[in-house]
Design a protein around this ligand. Sequence first.
Ligand SMILES: [Zn+2]
Length: 282
Amino acid sequence: MALEIKVLDYGDIELESSFLVLGHDCGRVKRVPVYGFLILGGSHPVLVDTGYRDNAIMESLGMRGLQFHENMIENQLAKHGLKPGDIRYICHTHLHIDHAGKDDKFPMNTTVVVNRREMECSVSGLMHPQYPMPDIQHLVERIHTPGALRFEDLELTGEIELIPGVTLEAANAHTEGSMNVHVQTAEGRATICGDVIYDINTQIVEPYRQTQDHEPQVTGNHAGSKRAEKAAIKKLLNSSDFLLMVHDKPAKVVDKQIAGRLDMQVPGPVVSSLPKRNWFPV
Ligand SMILES: [Zn+2]
């Protein structure tokens, strides 16, 4: 049976635009979605990322959270007939504030899957306050609870299989321990790439202030090198048929270029699923 990916809408955030794309629209506020992804049709339901804890916690980064009742993770799962306890694995692309804020809503026999390097970074203080205390404390509790947390060492193992059709791979961008989740769908390989790309249009389709051929613009994030970030984006374009970002609409890749976008309202409710949907040319 082919795997399907459902996009979950965890609400929006407002932030300063150049945080997203380096040097772009400095000083202007931009509103972006925060998505999660539910992988169904496999041996177990898998959830990728859990959004931010609540609106108040986004203030610690000077950002505004816009999470409403329907965006609550329980309500987003219920749209697909699931409860938190039905989820077998939660994979985190990384552990930033807007990606791992709801793990304590899930029972300890839902296994949270994290690249160990990311956990190390989250407690190192280097990126404070992007890794907030309640989220990370909960993960430490999971470390001490049998079966509640699973570490991978993706830099050393290479790509590994989570369940048939779903593999995990070190992203080598955004944070030191970020990982990509690859899903084999009926229409090809879809990659949930977290925050390796923030903005498909401004970074890749019309890359801001780039003059060279096929040169993506980097994000405003500064955890790694610009070279590594560009290489990570090029690798995604070279190896996936669909790219699913957490803060932008999914994109379709043909011949290593962005060929279409998923038609869904941003911001607003998201009910679309892959691969059944309408793709619009860029
Ligand atoms: Zn994010």
